[in-house]
Ligand binder design. Structure first.
Ligand SMILES: [Zn+2]
Ligand SMILES: [Zn+2]
Length: 241
């Protein structure tokens, strides 16, 4: 029987590229490493969201600034059994965001004004590059969100059914949407600080440790993982009963 023991955080922020982030990339990586994770995906807020990147810069400079936290965390992880992957949390409108995996700096550089794409075009470009998309906290209720607009998941691969900082009922609604749509599921801590309570209590768990984007996306696509929900390892259909 496969043992699912390699924990990866799917959703976290750094102070370098997220205006709401509080910790440096290396501090975030260290916190997850020390909490027993095998890897993290850095998903800073992209340009239409709460980015810390100077929007007035030329595209290439903006993208290099956005990429820098990943480089720093990856450098910190050198020589450790810890994998840092690059991701994006893209704001597509009405307070809604999509977590994007399996893309890299070359992809960003070759898609100028990616943040202005329609959601459909954004998803198509990511998929063409071999990426994977999960709708972040689709039913989060917060003052900055328009709760009347439903999440648009039709071009996505998965739904973040557990977000550590969501209310339980918001996560339950997300799980129900996953059941209705048959989409895959993800779990994320949405951590913004290296001392956060979500560290250790969210993410996905693999039976083999992916070392790069390709291996990571392949395991997600194959559905070969479990979820970390409040520190418990549960099946992907968690909450769908
Ligand atoms: Zn944030
Ligand atoms: Zn986030």
């Amino acid at each position: 029987m496969k043992e699912y023991k390699y924990k990866y955080e799917m959703h976290m922020h750094t102070a370098w590229a997220s205006a709401c982030g509080h910790s440096a990339p290396e501090e975030m990586a260290r916190a997850y490493f020390e909490a027993g994770y095998r890897g993290v995906v850095i998903t800073d807020h992209f340009l239409r969201g709460n980015t810390a990147v100077d929007r007035s810069l030329p595209w290439e400079d903006k993208m290099r600034a956005y990429w820098r936290p990943y480089e720093a965390a990856r450098a910190w992880a050198q020589g450790k059994e810890f994998t840092v992957l690059f991701g994006v949390e893209h704001y597509y409108g009405d307070g809604k965001e999509v977590l994007t995996y399996g893309i890299d700096l070359d992809f960003l550089l070759s898609h100028p004004d990616l943040h202005e794409y329609s959601l459909e075009d954004y998803c198509a470009a990511v998929h063409e590059a071999g990426g994977f998309l999960s709708h972040a906290h689709p039913f989060r209720h917060a003052s900055y969100l328009n709760g009347d607009i439903p999440p648009h998941v039709e071009h996505m691969d998965a739904i973040e059914v557990f977000n550590f900082y969501n209310h339980d009922e918001d996560n339950d609604q997300a799980a129900a949407l996953a059941k209705d749509t048959g989409l895959l599921t993800t779990s994320g801590g949405d951590e913004h600080i290296c001392t956060g309570d979500g560290i250790g209590r969210a993410g996905v768990v693999f039976a083999q440790a992916p070392r790069d984007n390709k291996e990571f996306v392949a395991l997600l696509r194959a559905g070969d993982y479990k979820l970390n929900v409040k520190g418990q390892i549960v099946e992907k259909d968690w909450g769908q009963r």
